[in-house]
Structures are given as structure tokens and as C-alpha cells.
Design a binder for this molecule. Sequence first.
Ligand SMILES: Cc1cc2nc3c(=O)[nH]c(=O)nc-3n(C[C@H](O)[C@H](O)[C@H](O)COP(=O)(O)OP(=O)(O)OC[C@H]3O[C@@H](n4cnc5c(N)ncnc54)[C@H](O)[C@@H]3O)c2cc1C
Length: 541
Amino acid sequence: MAENFLIQTYVMFIFFISRLIFSLGKSKPWISSTTTSTITTIIPPMILTNYKEIGYKLRDDHEAINMASSDYGNMVRQIPAAVLYPSSINDIATLIKSSNNLSLPFHIAARGHGHSVRGQATAPNGVVVNMMALKSQRNRPGVIVSGNPFSGYFYADVGGEQLWIDVLRATLEHGLAPVSWTDYLYLTVGGTLSNAGISGQTFRYGPQISNVYELDVVTGKGDFVTCSAHKNSELFYAVLGGLGQFGIIIRARIALELAPKRVKWVRMLYTDFSEFARDQEQLIKINGRKDKNALDYLEGSLLMNQGSPDNWRSSFFPPSDHSRIIFKVTDNKIVYCLEVAKFYDDRSSETVDKVLKLLLKGLNYDPGFMFEKDVSYMDFLDRVRGGELKLQSQGLWEVPHPWLNLFIPKTHVSDFNTGVFREIVLKRNITTGPVLLYPMNRNKWDDRMSAVIPDEDVFYTVGFLHSGGFDDWESFDEQNKEILKFCEDAGINVKQYLPHYKTQEDWMKHFGSKWKTFVERKSMFDPKKILSPGQRIFSHQ
Ligand SMILES: Cc1cc2nc3c(=O)[nH]c(=O)nc-3n(C[C@H](O)[C@H](O)[C@H](O)COP(=O)(O)OP(=O)(O)OC[C@H]3O[C@@H](n4cnc5c(N)ncnc54)[C@H](O)[C@@H]3O)c2cc1C
């Protein structure tokens, strides 16, 4: 009893002193008096007092906790004890160090834009670092473009919290741009580099992680380290595709090239899967980075019985052609859409049509079903935004997203078409989102990085981008489970992209021969297993 009283008095005293210290500072503390106890269950008051510079920036109010508890997936809710709104890199290092100094460290997760779908950026009962807070607090620009016009070596030093759309805008001002993108640009640099960052440019330029020269990272020990392929390379390779397990990306040096101005954008429809796959594989064979005759972008998708051939990812088809496309889909159940783009500028505007014509010559799409557009480079890269804004205005953006993204070895893509698209997806008849399917080249990936891909020279990515209602999303999850079970039973060694597993055995299987290195790197850079608990690799709730 007396002991309890002493502890309570001590906590009150420390709390009072810290409030006093806070109030002597410039700004108001965020931690509310009513809930300080939640934070102090994971971060002892003594630590908060010692590290008063972060105490200022820890929030546990409803708005902050609510934002950090869920993500774009809207299916998982994991509540942190507090959210750090850092105003400097030092704040992040201090937070990680303070956790390391405890006998019972607390978990910490960097949150980029929270566009994960299964709680990967959450930290149940730990601290979420709201990286986007750095965006407005940086005392220098978030994107700094440098380079040498004579050697043609250009790069952008970009804050890990920056959105790719901001990277695009800032680099275009210099007539430059990164070469590898994601389809959607409102994702953070740190978030996509923790996965891979893939899109139609990947077959030629590799994923975004293949286009990074250097990183600044605050490791799981709280150390600030600059790393590259030549300096602290173990950390560099660990972090790229490392699912946030080894450190928090503070800065990335991204490769840039001269930006094109416009884009010839073409879609072709196929009813025969083998022709579709053969043409895709043929086109990605021309993939030299400097090869002027290569495509700049190649993707593919499926049209199934769901009304308009356009969807939120992009409106493309001329409205006057909608009815004949819908008719074709109704007739064939599945229509495969091959989508390519060739970029051009003033110098190549004379030749672009000829190069494209040559590339597409001999393709076996259904006659009369080729559609072309000519758009600005910016409009092409930012093509998903319009759909997002439309869904937002209808209240349909913030719904559950039971997505499934896989990499499939090329030799099994035909089995996947029959077993999954025809036997599972068509039969269940619940598809309401875009389904993507396109190939990429393994030699554009670097196996020293943490990202995991199939063991074949060419593999496909498939993305089931479902949107569900709050009460029916589980039926999509059932379909996802059935797809994974089919692959397992058929011996198709698929790898999940943006992976989500519940047990360490599943993670071991996912990483395969890379698991040993992954674990060794974890002990090297985050030995107390503090970072990114929402991935559930080393911590299971
Ligand atoms: C509409 C939409 C479209 C998408 N399109 C594509 C696409 O075309 N191609 C593609 O590859 N992906 C795509 N994605 C997936 C997306 O790349 C990942 O979900 C990515 O993680 C989202 O970035 P984020 O900034 O929101 O990261 P978050 O969801 O906030 O975080 C993801 C993971 O990275 C960690 N993390 C975040 N920031 C950092 C950092 N600075 N340092 C270290 N770790 C960090 C987090 O702890 C978490 O584990 C899409 C997602 C959505 C919702």
C-alpha cells in the first residue's frame, strides 16, 4: 500500500516536472494529462524526462491515435500508445535510442502515407513515427536535385517522407525525372523503397529499389548511417525491400534522367491468353536502359464482367467504344488488355510513331481493338489520381481493400490463368476491382537486396486490387485464400508482393534461402527487434 503510494507520488512528481519543463518550452506539449498513463506504461516517465525533446512531439490524442491505428486497407486496427511527430532526424534517433535503453523496449513503426493494406505500418501499444510530419518541418527542401550535365549523372536527394508526386514535380522543374515509378504517386519514398516499387517501367529499369544510389538511415539501434553499394553496403541492401525491419529511411539518393515531355499510350485487347502472354514476353525482351527502340512502359490487366471497361486506376477507352468492348467481355468472360507506352520529347517527336509501329508490328491482339492516346508525361504518371478523387467524392476510397499481390514464375502463368482466373475468380464472380497482370525481368533486380522474387528469369506480377464493403470484404479474403491454396497445391512457387503472413514459418518460407541473411541483418541493425512490428515477422500479436 505504502509502496503503491510512493510510486504514484513519484509518477505524479515526474509528470508535474515534465509538464513544467514542457511549459517552459516554446510550444504546448501534445500528451494529454488524462492519458499520459498509457504512454508511461511503455515509456517510463524518467525516459520522457531525459529525452524531453521528443516528449514534446509525442501525441496520444484521438486524432493522432486514430490516424496511426489503421491504413488504406481498412481491415486491421492496431492501436499505438503514442505517435511521434518528429521535426528532425534527431527526434527519430532519440526515440529509437530511448527504446533501446529499456530492459523492455517498446516497438516503433515508421508510417509513410499509411497505404499498406494489412497494418504493416502500425505499432500495437508502441510508438508510430508519423514521417509525413517531417515534410513541413524540414529546414531544407525535401527534394534537392544535383548532377553533372557533362557526364549525364543526375540524382535527387529526397526525404524518406516525401511523396513521389512531389519528387516528380520538383525534378521536372529541372527537366529531369526518376525512371522507375509506381502506378500511383501519393506514396512515400520510404514506404515504396521498403517494398520494391513496381510499375510498367520495371521490366526495363528494374523496381524503384534498383534506382537508388545512397541512403541515410537511422538503424534499429538509433545510429545515423549513410550507406550505398560501396559504403556500409550490408545496411544498404538490407533496407531496400526490407519491410522497415532494419532502419528508418531518412534520405534516398534517387537516379534521374532527362524527362520526356509526352507519351504515346496504347492499349490492345486479346481474347486468347497465350497470345497475350507471348506478346508481353516478346516486348519485354527489348529492355536496355539506353535502347531507344525499347518500350518505356508495359503492363497488362483483365477486363471481366463488371460494366465499364474503365476503372478508378485510369479512364482510357473512348466512350464511343465502350459498348463494343463490353460486348466482347460478355462474350468471352475475360478479355486481356496489353498496355504499353513510349515516351518522347522534342528531339524524338519525329521518330516516335515509327519506333512504336515497329515494336507493335506482328502483335496478335484482336483486330480492331487497338486504342491510342497522346498525353503529357505528367498526366501519364499521375493517371490514377483522377480516379482517386472521384472515389473520394463518392465516399468509396476509404473502404476495405482486401488486396492480393503476387509474383508468379513465367512457366506457371498459363496454369495460373486457368486455375485462378477461370476456375476461381470467374466462378466466385465477386471481382469488383482492377486485376493487373504483367511480366518483368529478373536481371533488373538485385538479389543482394531484401526484396523477394521468384527464381525464374521472367516472372509476372498479378494484383487483385479489390474494394469491399465494411461487411462483405471477407468474401474477397476467402477468394484470396483459395488462390493461395490453389498455387500451393499446384506447386506454383508464388511470392507475395507487399507480403502479409501470420506466422514466422510462413515468413521463413517466403524468404527461402534469403531468410538466414534477413535474420542476421536483423541482429546486426535492430537486435532488440524494435522496428516495424506491424509486418509480424519477428513479433506476433
Ligand atoms: C492506391 C495504391 C496504389 C499502389 N500502387 C502501387 C504500385 O503501383 N506499385 C507498388 O509497388 N506499390 C503500390 N502500392 C503499394 C505501396 O507501394 C505500399 O503499400 C507502400 O508501402 C505504401 O507507401 P506508404 O508511404 O503509404 O507506406 P506505409 O504504408 O506507411 O508503410 C509501409 C511499410 O514501410 C515502412 N516504412 C514507411 N516509411 C518508412 C521509412 N521512411 N523507412 C523505413 N520504413 C518505412 C512501414 O513501417 C511499413 O512497414 C499502392 C498502394 C495503394 C494504396
